[in-house]
Design a protein. Structure first.
Length: 315
């Protein structure tokens, strides 16, 4: 695959939409005006997308690792679409089997219409067995359900008289509008590290290793497998690879107290990290974060990064 030549796309994960261990105290105390301020700040700067996450409920055994507080992903995406006018809206990731293709396709295409075509659809198959059980969805069939959902939603978005018959879903005899503003549909990015996930990604628009429980050194065989899929052919110039997270690049105390040399060293570490990502064909990554102690300090960092780091992340 040719190396990316466009600037690295940077997305911002909305603070406070989950309270995982390690979340700053200020992000756990956010109110509606704070979310609006942060969304507007991201929108006014040069970031590519603002994202949320999704769990309907957290299995008790996972609470020590992930925490119990998770907002509903589609609701947050709708809020972000309404609070912004430029930046793209995404999730990392929506869990496809938690939804019905008709309702999810309608939610996404409605957001796409109201946002003027700014919706990305990043999806995965899920991992929380107890969540599947509570929703009455077969965990063992989650991959097959996800594949049917994607096929059914694309049919709904693109066909004048959509017809889909599968093992899990039957759709026929229905008119479905509005169609997406984006033609022929919003971009679809697939999360996951398994071979089925890579095959699924090759059929669509991008791959998102998720969770990133491996290092960049583990990427080459996965990329080789992805690029070998027949459905990937012809997508070399447009296919996105999104890397979640980054190593600990910040050193020192709070961002607002950092000296010029500390900020310069941090800037250079971020630039080097993004250059390393590019050697593995990554085109999109999450905003690295220093320590911040308030909404104001967080927004100050957004502005500093946009001015001092982002212009140096060219192709």
């Amino acid at each position: 695959m040719p190396k990316p030549t466009s600037p690295m796309k940077i997305y911002v994960a909305l603070p406070g939409n989950s309270h995982m261990p390690g979340t700053p105290e200020w992000a756990c105390q956010l109110q509606a005006p704070d979310y609006q301020r942060m969304a507007r700040a991201v929108d006014q700067l040069g970031y590519d997308a603002i994202t949320t996450s999704e769990h309907f409920a957290m299995p008790i055994e996972e609470v020590p690792r992930l925490g119990p507080y998770w907002m509903q992903g589609l609701t947050v995406m709708s809020f972000l679409a309404g609070a912004t006018s430029r930046v793209r809206v995404d999730a990392t990731v929506l869990v496809l089997p938690y939804h019905h293709p008709l309702s999810l396709a309608k939610a996404v295409t409605t957001m796409d219409a109201l946002s003027g075509g700014r919706v990305n659809l990043s999806v995965g198959v899920g991992h929380a067995v107890a969540e599947f059980a509570a929703l009455g969805v077969s965990f063992e069939d989650r991959g097959a359900i996800a594949d049917e959902m994607l096929a059914a939603m694309i049919e709904l978005w693109t066909a004048d008289e959509p017809v889909y018959h599968g093992r899990f879903f039957d759709i026929e005899g229905l008119a479905f509008e509005p169609k997406p503003v984006q033609s022929p549909r919003p971009p679809i990015y697939i999360g996951g590290n398994s071979k089925p996930a890579l095959r699924r990604a090759a059929r669509h628009d991008g791959w998102q290793p998720n969770p990133t429980d491996f290092s960049l050194a583990d990427m080459p065989p996965l990329l080789e497998y992805l690029y070998a899929q027949p459905e990937y052919a012809g997508k070399e110039a447009t296919f996105d690879i999104c890397w979640l997270g980054s190593p600990s690049l910040w050193s020192g105390g709070a961002f607002g107290e950092a000296s010029g040399p500390v900020l310069a060293a941090y800037r250079d570490r971020v630039i080097d990290w993004c250059a390393e990502l590019r050697t593995h064909d990554v085109t999109r990554t999450s905003l690295p974060l220093p320590i911040t102690n308030s909404v104001e300090e967080y927004i100050d960092h957004l502005q500093w990064f946009d001015q001092e780091v982002a212009p140096r992340l060219g192709g």
